[in-house]
Design a protein around this ligand. Structure first.
Ligand code: NAI
Length: 474
């Protein structure tokens, strides 16, 4: 066992860890990154990327079947899940190999092994290839270990019939029926993926609404689409267990005080994720862990132990890849001696449902609770020429402004390409923009982006393509 000295050690090569290691190396810091599994973490291997591949593929299939009004009919359109999985695996491989290459070519050392603390600045690394372990003594350590799906009693995941997101993303057939426990982001993104390919979808959500935390009106558009496509959503529903009956799975759920049964072929458990700190021997580092397993950090992402930082899912909500990457890059600058803090004004939130939902900043309810009198501008895609021309008119853009000065407080989009449209909203909030800033920015025609401009104009009574609810101040 050798002792290796490093200026920085990053534990975990997911979307928090690998950008941190790359940035550290770019800043001239002698860095090692250790990963026990494959590079890229959940996002690249079993999360964002593979799910978006399957989502776009079944979306294409669904659209092919619903394009008759555009004058196009497809004969014999079919889904070959095995081929789709091969295609998806190719994308994942390309990206994960790219990550490892980027880390190395920027000058950081990439190691495949498991890290555990043996002291505040000492970490033992057990290599995946079985060679003798080493100890790394690092001046700075970044914990970027991510999160895991939460399991619920009575639904032990076997990845055959009771699936978590990882198992659902690997299905190489289209189940006839799928029951999702949890009407959150994962349940609906993956549930709709299979629904579009022909699966009968049933969603059991414990709360009074799906997609809690997302603008309710946006979530309602997705709920209507799920039902229109033949799915069911049961609210205030608590799954209590399952049994096998005649080869099928029968799930029992308590809904409004009564026990109901649902027959299905597979169950997707998507009730949230929990941070990963176990196995790290974290108590040896002196780092405090919060009650729900998250690691408390300050604005520099430093834990209670100077020189030990944490980024990504392990520090708390929102558990999003882009938040993790941003935090990782901030930490790299801090370690390199720059005066950096994480002062992002907003973290965009995207739900890749049909239609997509994307949001930045406050909802109207949150803005009112924070003491703002709000003025809301809204532009439905039903009157957007571009949305009509691509045959995707379901949804709207909603701009929340402060009624006093028209500062943009939040933007919520449900509709086509919402995920790409929202970056303009993120920039608006980051720059402290007013509705006029968006309204006076010339947007190209004919594009979906014009809907963002028109919604901003609507908030100040200057919309041209829809009736204004209020008079222009000018
Ligand atoms: P989630 O927190 O989005 O939704 C879980 C849902 O399950 C909640 O609505 C909750 O009320 C419900 N629930 C909990 N226990 C239940 C029970 N026993 N019976 C019925 N319903 C129950 O969590 P999800 O969907 O698992 O996603 C985990 C995380 O992954 C999210 O926090 C999100 O940040 C991240 N993610 C982000 C994506 C994106 O950015 N597009 C995509 C996928 C995941």
């Amino acid at each position: 066992m050798a002792t290796i000295k490093k200026k920085a050690l990053v534990i975990g090569a997911g979307t928090g860890g690998y950008p941190c290691a790359i940035r550290l190396a770019q800043l001239g810091v002698d860095t090692m990154i250790v990963e026990k599994d494959k590079p890229g973490g959940v996002c690249l291997n079993v999360g964002c990327i593979p799910s978006k591949a399957l989502i776009s593929a079944t979306k294409l299939y669904h659209k092919a079947q619903h394009s008759a009004s555009m004058g196009i009919t497809f004969q014999g359109a079919a889904v070959d899940m095995k081929a789709m999985q091969t295609w998806k695996a190719g994308i994942v491989k390309k990206l994960t190999t790219g990550v490892q290459g980027l880390v190395k070519s920027n000058g950081a050392t990439y190691v495949n092994g498991t890290a555990e603390f043996i002291g505040p600045r000492s970490v033992r690394i057990k290599y995946a290839d079985g060679r003798p372990a080493d100890v790394v003594e690092a001046e700075n350590i970044v914990i970027a270990t991510g999160s895991l799906p939460i399991e619920i009693p009575g639904f032990k995941v076997d990845q055959k019939r009771i699936l978590d997101s990882t198992g659902a993303l690997d299905l190489d057939y289209i189940p006839q029926r799928m029951l999702c426990i949890g009407g959150g982001i994962i349940g609906l993104e993956l549930g709709q993926t299979f629904q579009r390919a022909g699966t009968k979808l049933v969603v059991l959500e414990g709360l009074e609404r799906i997609l809690n935390g997302v603008d309710k009106e946006c979530a309602d558009v997705v709920a209507r689409q799920i039902k229109k496509d033949g799915g069911e959503i049961h609210l205030k529903a608590k799954a209590i267990g399952w049994e096998e009956r005649g080869g099928a799975i029968v799930v029992k759920a308590e809904i409004g005080g009564e026990v109901q049964e649902f027959e299905t072929d597979v169950v997707l458990v998507a009730v949230g994720r929990r941070p990963i700190t176990q196995g790290l021997n974290i108590e040896k580092s002196g780092v405090k862990v919060g009650p729900r397993g998250f690691i408390p950090v300050d604005q520099r992402k430093q834990t209670n132990v100077p020189g030990i930082f944490a980024v990504g899912d392990v520090v708390g909500q929102p558990m999003l890849a882009h938040k993790a990457s941003h935090e990782g890059e901030v930490v790299a600058e801090v370690i390199a001696g720059k005066k950096a803090i994480d002062d992002a004004r907003c973290i965009p939130n995207i739900v890749f449902t049909e239609p997509e939902i994307a949001a930045v900043g406050l909802t109207a309810e949150e803005a009112e609770a924070a003491g703002h009198k709000v003025s809301i501008g809204k532009m439905p895609f039903a009157v957007s020429g571009r949305a009509m021309a691509i045959g995707e008119t379901n949804g709207f853009v909603k701009v929340i402004t402060d009624a006093a000065d028209a500062r943009v407080l939040g933007i919520h989009i449900v509709g086509p390409e919402a995920s790409d449209l929202i970056s303009e909203g993120a920039l608006a909030i980051e720059m402290g923009a007013f509705a006029e800033d968006i309204a006076l920015t010339v947007h190209p025609h004919p594009t979906l982006g014009e809907a963002v401009m028109e919604a901003a104009k609507h908030a100040i009574g200057e919309a041209v393509h829809i009736m204004n609810a209020r008079k222009s101040a000018h």
